[in-house]
Design a protein around this ligand. Structure first.
Ligand SMILES: Nc1ncnc2c1ncn2[C@@H]1O[C@H](COP(=O)(O)OP(=O)(O)OP(=O)(O)O)[C@@H](O)[C@H]1O
Ligand SMILES: O=C(O)[C@H](O)COP(=O)(O)O
Length: 393
C-alpha cells in the first residue's frame, strides 16, 4: 500500500515534526560519515521552501533513557547548519518548556533540532504520554527516518496516532528502491551480513535463508557461528546464548540448499586497539587470549568470488573493526568486490556505508540505504512499524 507523502499535504506555516535518522558514526564529537544527514536534506529543504517550521527529531546511539553527553545531537546540528547554509536552532530537550518556547519563536522556513529522543526511556518503550508530548510540539508528522522505521518507538510510531502522518522523500525512495531489488531479485542472490549487533541481526538470518542463494557471514556476527562450528574464539565478541541458534541456522541453510560462507581464516589481536599485536590464523587456531577483529585474506578472497558470481547483492555490517586500519582489509575487500561486480548492489547500515565511502566506491553501488537493521527487516518481508503508522494514499 502506498503511503501519503509530504507532497500530498499543505505545510505552509505549519509546525512539521520530522523524524530523521541522524544516528551517524562519531569519533569524539567528529562526525566520520554524514551520509544520513545528507540524505535527509531533500525533505528538509522542501519543507523550508514551502514555508513550514521544521522541527527535527532523532536518536543517536543507545543512551538507554539517560542523558549521555557524548550522544548529544550538538555536532549534528552544526553539520546540518553547514549543509543547509542556515543556522539550525538546537535545543537541549525533546519535550517540555525549552522546545515549546523555541518553537513559538520560529519563523516560517526555520529549522530546529530537538535533543536526542533516547535520553527519555519512554521513547523506546513507545510510551503514549511521551508520544503525545512530542505530538503537542507540531501540527504534522513526517517520517523520513527509514533507518529507524523497524523500531516501534514514540517518535517513529506512537506520535503518528496524534497527528496527520506522512512519509518524507528519503523514506519513499528507500521503500521504492529496496522493494524493486527484493520483490524479484535477479539470481544468484547473495546476502553479506556482518557487524556487531549480533542478537539484533541473527534472527534476520533465519528469514534470509528462505530467500537467498548464498549467505556470507563475517564481522562480529561470524564469531557466534565459529563457536557453533566447535572452534574456540578466545576473547572475541560472541553471544553465548545464540550459539545453539547459530547451529540451527547452519542446519537450515543446509536443508534449504543455501550456500553458507563463514570465515576460514581471521585476523586476531591481543586487544581491541589500533596498534595491538595481531596476526592471521586459520579459524581452528585462534589463540585463547586473542580476539578476532577481521576476516582473513583467504576468507576475503572467497567472499569476493561469491560476489563476482552474483546478480543481486545485499550487504549489511562490516567484516571487521574497519575503523582501525589493521582490521579494515576484509571490509575493504568486500567493498571493492561489490564495486567491481555487475550485480545490483545494495549496501545498508551506518557503518557499512561509512566503509564504502572510506574505500571511495559509493558511486559504484546501485543503492546506498540509510537503513541497517531496517533494510534487513524490509528484505525479510516484515512490515516496518514506522511505515505502517503512516497514512495510506
Ligand atoms: N569481529 C568484530 N569484533 C568486534 N566488533 C566488530 C567486529 N567486526 C565488526 N565489528 C564492529 O561492528 C560495528 C558495526 O556493526 P553494526 O551491526 O552496527 O553495523 P552497521 O552497518 O552500522 O548497521 P546498523 O546501521 O544496523 O547499525 C563496527 O563498529 C565494527 O567495528
Ligand atoms: O543505526 C541504525 O540501524 C538505526 O539508526 C537504528 O538504531 P538502533 O539499532 O539503535 O535502533
Amino acid at each position: 500500500m502506498q503511503k501519503k507523502s509530504v507532497k500530498d499535504i499543505d505545510v505552509k506555516g505549519k509546525r512539521v515534526f520530522v523524524r530523521v535518522d541522524f544516528n551517524v558514526p562519531l569519533a569524539g564529537d567528529m562526525i566520520t560519515d554524514d551520509t544520513r544527514i545528507q540524505k535527509a536534506l531533500p525533505t528538509i529543504q522542501y519543507l523550508m521552501e514551502q514555508g513550514a517550521k521544521v522541527i527535527l527529531a532523532s536518536h543517536l546511539g543507545r543512551p538507554k533513557g539517560e542523558v549521555v553527553e557524548k550522544y548529544r545531537l550538538t555536532p549534528v546540528a552544526k553539520r546540518l547548519s553547514e549543509l543547509l547554509g542556515k543556522e539550525v536552532i538546537k535545543v537541549n530537550e525533546s519535550v517540555g518548556a525549552e522546545p515549546e518556547q523555541a518553537i513559538a519563536k520560529m519563523n516560517n522556513g526555520d529549522v530546529l533540532l530537538l535533543e536526542n529522543v533516547r535520553f527519555h526511556a519512554e521513547e523506546t518503550k513507545n510510551d503514549p504520554n511521551y508520544a503525545r508530548q512530542l505530538a503537542n510540539l507540531a501540527d504534522i508528522f513526517v517520517n523520513d527516518a527509514f533507518g529507524a522505521a523497524h523500531r516501534a518507538h514514540a517518535s517513529t510510531a506512537g506520535i503518528a496516532q496524534h497527528l496527520p502522518a506522512v512519509a518524507g522523500f528519503l523514506m519513499e525512495k528507500e521503500l521504492a528502491n529496496l522493494g524493486k531489488a527484493v520483490n524479484n531479485p535477479e539470481r544468484p542472490f547473495v546476502a553479506i551480513i556482518g557487524g556487531a549487533k549480533v542478537s539484533d541481526k541473527i534472527g534476520v538470518i533465519e528469514n534470509l535463508l528462505g530467500k537467498v542463494d548464498t549467505l556470507i557471514i563475517g564481522g562480529g556476527m561470524a564469531n557466534t557461528f565459529l563457536k557453533a562450528q566447535g572452534y574456540q574464539v578466545g576473547k572475541s565478541l560472541v553471544e553465548e546464548d545464540k550459539v545453539d541458534l547459530a547451529k540451527e541456522l547452519m542446519a537450515k541453510a543446509k536443508s534449504n540448499q543455501v550456500n553458507l560462507l563463514l570465515p576460514t581464516d581471521a585476523v586476531v589481536a591481543v586487544a581491541l586497539e589500533a596498534d595491538a599485536e595481531h596476526k592471521v590464523v586459520p579459524v581452528n587456531e585462534i589463540p585463547e587470549d586473542w580476539m578476532v577483529l577481521d576476516i582473513g585474506p583467504a576468507s576475503a578472497a572467497a567472499f569476493a568470488q561469491a560476489v563476482q558470481q552474483a546478480n543481486t547483492v545485499v550487504w549489511n555490517g562490516p567484516m571487521g573493526v574497519f575503523e582501525m586500519d589493521a582490521f579494515a582489509k576484509g571490509t575493504e575487500a568486500v567493498a571493492r568486490a561489490l564495486a567491481e561486480s555487475q550485480a545490483t548492489s545494495i549496501v545498508g547500515g551506518g557503518d557499512s556505508v561509512a566503509a564504502v565511502n572510506k574505500v571511495g566506491v559509493a558511486d559504484k553501488i546501485s543503492h546506498i540505504s540509510t537503513g541497517g537493521g531496517a533494510s534487513l527487516e524490509f528484505l525479510e518481508g516484515k512490515v516496518l512499524p514506522g511505515v505502517a503508522a503512516l497514512q495510506d494514499k
